[in-house]
Write a protein that binds this ligand. Structure first.
Ligand SMILES: *Cc1c(COP(=O)(O)O)cnc(C)c1O
Length: 443
């Protein structure tokens, strides 16, 4: 194989002929319900670049949905995985344990918000972590109701579909859904009445909660500190704190779903830190292990340890290879100060997006933190969502070899989630293409 280029480089249309052929083959065996936003078949990938089967090199501003924060096939992760996979691949931690699982739990105790005594349990996917956080919260409190928010995304299993807000594509015709799930209005500064503070938005939600559910029935309030699939909604300052304070006063557990926001993505280890909030339980996954499947619930020792022995687990949860990858990934985050890198990405990207927005009335809002940034597209002069325009801009980026993702309840948010190790010139090239794609598409 030729040495891959270190910059965007297109030699065919996108997707190229080999990808198109692979896509035809895939349609004959892969279920139609599993679709791909950009059917370019990848051969190898690195820090901010994807190399496809046609010899094209694309800029990656998606990180496989906020997963490859430390880069794709990061050398330290590859070495750790290779070393572990040659020693043993599985014992099942519930049968015979191993150190790497405990090492990951030590890291989680140290890095998640708060200096209290903590325990963790490891799983395979974000949805599984969220399910287990709810199990633990219900068991520890003896209460059943679970409270979530508008625009929330928590996964695709039965319980997490119930927790997720958006019908299409996540829930449509997949019911019935799990009971005892209640949804409250989110703080969404771009769409809330002008001037509504975080505290006021919290009061609006908590009043509804007290009247419709009753604090005594609530096991936990589950919230993404910055919403991911819901459109990178950053709640107004003070909102999270007010909700967390209410929870503490009422004996309700505050659960932060940091699956997308965690592990340096927003320029802090966890996004709760920006608001000075210490959750009772934190769910993590995505960025934790450089692309290998691993997830966790981390929380107050007395809450986590309330569950009886054997009450939590799973065959593969905390697989040793995934744990080795997590330890290597966390090592990179520390050694290369990826929180600083995420902030630097924000400093490069936000001004460019704001400058674009100033001249383009279809950009209703620019928001986000660190390397989790988005533009929300609307019909000019209104706040009416424009999903069609958003889709066309994403397609124009794809055609030019830049992977961007869309999001939002209304499908009108373009979101950027570059690997935190993306070289600055690659990032700037991706942003140049995005700007060009927007300019060309709005004409
Ligand atoms: C992706 C995501 C999940 C679900 O994680 P999976 O690994 O896809 O099951 C849950 N919560 C949030 C906030 C997410 O971004």
């Amino acid at each position: 194989m030729a040495t891959p280029t270190l910059a965007r480089h297109l030699v065919t249309e996108i997707p190229g002929p080999q990808s198109q052929a692979a896509q035809q083959r895939r349609l004959r065996t892969v279920a139609a319900g599993v679709s791909s936003g950009l059917p370019v078949f990848v051969e190898s990938a690195g820090a901010g670049l994807l190399h496809d089967v046609d010899g094209n090199t694309l800029v990656d501003l998606g990180s496989g949905i906020a997963v490859t924060s430390v880069g794709n096939a990061a050398p330290a992760v590859v070495a750790a995985v290779q070393e572990q996979v040659a020693k043993f691949t599985h014992t099942c931690f519930m049968v015979t344990p191993y150190d790497a699982y405990v090492d990951v739990c030590e890291q989680l105790a140290e890095l998640t918000p708060g200096s209290h005594e903590k325990r963790s349990a490891l799983f395979n996917s974000g949805a599984e972590a969220v399910e287990n956080a709810v199990k633990i919260a219900r068991h520890a409190t003896g209460r059943q109701a679970v409270v979530v928010f508008d625009h929330a995304y928590h996964g695709r299993t039965n319980l997490t579909m119930a927790l997720t807000a958006k019908n299409m594509p996540y829930k449509h015709r997949f019911g019935p859904f799990a009971p005892e799930v209640y949804r409250l209005p989110m703080s969404y500064p771009f769409r809330d009445p002008a001037g509504l503070t975080g505290e006021q938005a919290a009061a609006r939600a908590l009043d509804q909660l007290e009247k419709q559910v009753g604090a005594d029935n609530v096991a936990c309030v589950l919230i993404e500190p910055i919403q991911g699939e819901g459109g990178f909604v950053v709640p107004a300052p003070g909102f999270l704190k007010a909700v967390a304070d209410w929870c503490r006063a009422k004996g309700v557990l505050f659960v932060a779903d940091e699956i997308q926001t965690g592990f340096c993505r927003t320029g802090a280890w966890f996004a709760s830190e920006h608001e000075g909030v210490v959750p009772d339980l934190v769910t993590t996954a995505k960025g934790i292990a450089g692309g290998l499947p691993l997830a966790a619930v981390t929380g107050r020792a007395e809450v986590m340890d309330a569950v009886h022995g054997g009450g939590l687990g799973g065959t593969y949860g905390g697989n040793p290879v995934a744990c080795a990858a997590a330890l290597a990934s966390i090592g990179i985050m520390r050694d290369e100060d990826l929180n600083a890198r995420a902030k630097a990405i924000e400093e490069i990207t936000l001004p460019r997006l704001r400058e674009l927005a100033a001249g383009i009335p279809a950009i209703g809002d620019v928001r986000g933190r660190g390397a989790m940034l988005a533009v929300e597209l609307v019909k000019p002069g209104t706040s009416e969502p424009d999903a069609e325009l958003t889709g066309r801009i994403a397609k124009a980026c794809h055609a030019r070899g830049v992977v961007v993702l869309t999001a939002g309840t209304y499908g009108n948010v373009l979101r950027l989630l570059p690997p935190l190790v993306i070289p600055t010139d690659v990032l700037n090239d991706g942003l140049d293409v995005l700007a060009e794609a927007i300019q060309i598409t709005i004409r």
